[in-house]
Design a protein around this ligand. Structure first.
Ligand SMILES: Nc1ncnc2c1ncn2[C@@H]1O[C@H](COP(=O)(O)OP(=O)(O)OP(=O)(O)O)[C@@H](O)[C@H]1O
Ligand SMILES: [Mg+2]
Length: 321
């Protein structure tokens, strides 16, 4: 069986190993291995500059890895990048369509680039499917942010790709438009399209089947959200009861066993390494201030803060200022 056949038989849309990339002697992707099943939505998370875009660009053959390699849709990412580009839809981090063309013209242009038959008809049909039918004749530059992202998604799905690489597709988009956008992503996945999507939003991370957290060019954790949280070894508490939360936040942030303190309206969420030391310290501090403390589930955000070397301990309250 050919290498392509083997990868497809195993059901991997992406199968990359030990990817590395250096720019001017600085290594920014430092050994990333990634397997993504067909039809899966796979999230890519990590702070700014951690190497998400660089990895995505290597996967679709736009950047040559400095080391490692792999296959995308069964094609070698170095030697068969032309085939990958034909079967992959890549939505770049910046809106990259023509502002002075209409929605319909932009889509028809992309259809022609891919050599699709009847580009105008295809553009109109895709626009309707993506809810852009009423905006066909509107200049792309005059669309709101949410509609621009939707147009960009339409443009990268027009040639019926089997794999979508979406780089922060909903950055700066309002919650309703983000929900609609994610409904479209799930609809595409249910038709068998594989989606690799980078995001900084925790709610979006939770909508992925699996995800990888990248930090300084390396994957620190990967798998389904529940497993990542369960394996983190963190415990969390919810604290409420009125005044004194700010003082408590300052106190808790100073304790070595506490990793993060997050204000949520009138409540406070505290996370740290699970164990007696954390529980005793939090309960004692709450008792002294007559505040109510209950066990809470650690969140994905707690886990990501846990991974940061220079973690910001207090989030959302005066104590964090
Ligand atoms: N063409 C390039 N030349 C030199 N350095 C680059 C180039 N592209 C990326 N870098 C550097 O590589 C590192 C990783 O960048 P990358 O864009 O992959 O991060 P990212 O995780 O996508 O970040 P963000 O969340 O801000 O989009 C950064 O330090 C960036 O400055
Ligand atoms: Mg990026």
């Amino acid at each position: 069986m050919s290498a392509q056949g083997r990868t497809e038989a195993a059901g991997w849309a992406i199968d990359a190993h030990n990817l590395r990339k250096s720019f001017g002697g600085r290594e920014v992707v430092r050994g990333i291995s990634l397997k993504v099943r067909r039809g899966e939505i796979y999230g890519f998370l990590g702070p700014n500059g951690s190497g998400k875009t660089t990895t995505i660009r290597m996967l679709c053959g736009l950047l040559t890895p400095s080391g490692g390699g792999g296959r995308c849709l069964g094609y070698d990412i170095v030697r068969e990048s032309r085939m990958i580009r034909l079967h992959v839809g890549y939505m770049t981090q910046q809106f990259s369509l023509y502002s002075d063309l209409t929605v319909g013209e932009n889509l028809a242009f992309v259809a022609r680039v891919y050599g699709m038959a009847r580009p105008v008809e295809l553009a109109e049909r895709t626009a309707r499917e993506m809810g852009l039918g009423a905006r066909l004749n509107q200049l792309a530059g005059t669309l709101s942010g949410g509609w621009k992202q939707r147009l960009a998604l339409a443009a990268c799905t027009l040639h019926d790709p089997q794999l979508l690489l979406l780089d922060e597709p909903t950055a700066g988009v309002d919650p309703k438009a983000r929900r609609d956008f994610w409904d479209s992503i799930h609809a595409l996945a249910s038709r068998g399209v594989t989606v690799l999507v980078s995001t900084h939003y925790m709610d979006e991370a939770e909508r992925c089947h699996e995800l990888a957290y990248i930090y300084k060019g390396r994957i620190l954790a990967n798998g389904p959200v529940d497993r990542i949280v369960a394996q983190s070894g963190l415990a969390a508490f919810s604290i409420s009861g009125g005044r004194g939360l700010d003082d408590l936040a300052r106190h808790l942030a100073g304790l070595p066993q506490v990793e993060s303190v997050t204000f949520r309206g009138d409540e406070m969420h505290v996370a740290g390494r699970a164990g007696k030391a954390l529980a005793d310290a939090v309960h004692a501090a709450c008792k002294a201030r007559r505040l109510t403390c209950t066990a809470d589930a650690p969140t994905l955000e707690d886990v990501f803060i846990h991974f940061m070397e220079d973690r910001p301990k207090v989030c959302g309250g005066e104590a964090g200022a």
